[in-house]
Design a protein around this ligand. Structure first.
Ligand code: NI
Length: 135
């Protein structure tokens, strides 16, 4: 893909803040940092606009609480088409970590994240959108 150069004008304060950001975040250059920020902003926009996104939903839960495992599975089955894979590991005697690889309409992914978060016994549930702008 062809790369085009663009010029960006920044006032002194914003530029020094940006340079500090480039360093603390560990970017190799200003350009790399800008690309990252632009991608992030566009992904966020797409996520809000309702397009197709891919990402993960990470949940931590206490498997002994009520019917939590059963409920989590039941709710995942309602979103069959949007879950590509899951991984599960046991953190200790009572706590489980599960990651869902998700792919689909952003509103449905968001809904799935909420449905899992509200199951009793779930300690945390976080949805992370890795990328948007997919066909
Ligand atoms: Ni487990």
């Amino acid at each position: 893909m062809a790369v085009e150069r663009i010029g960006v004008s920044l006032e002194g304060r914003l530029l020094s803040d940006f340079d500090r950001f480039v360093t603390t975040e560990g970017y190799g250059s200003r350009s790399e940092a800008l690309r990252g920020l632009i991608r992030e902003a566009l992904t966020h926009r797409r996520w809000k606009a309702g397009g197709r996104v891919v990402g993960t939903i990470t949940i931590v839960y206490r498997h002994e609480v009520g019917m939590v495992t059963h409920r989590l599975l039941h709710r995942q089955h309602e979103f069959l088409r949007f879950i590509r894979a899951t991984a599960h590991t046991h953190l200790d005697d009572e706590t489980c970590l599960e990651v869902l690889l998700v792919d689909g309409a952003s509103d449905r992914i968001e809904q799935l994240g909420r449905r899992l978060k509200t199951v009793k016994g779930v300690l945390s549930s976080e949805t992370v959108i890795a990328s948007a702008k997919l066909r």
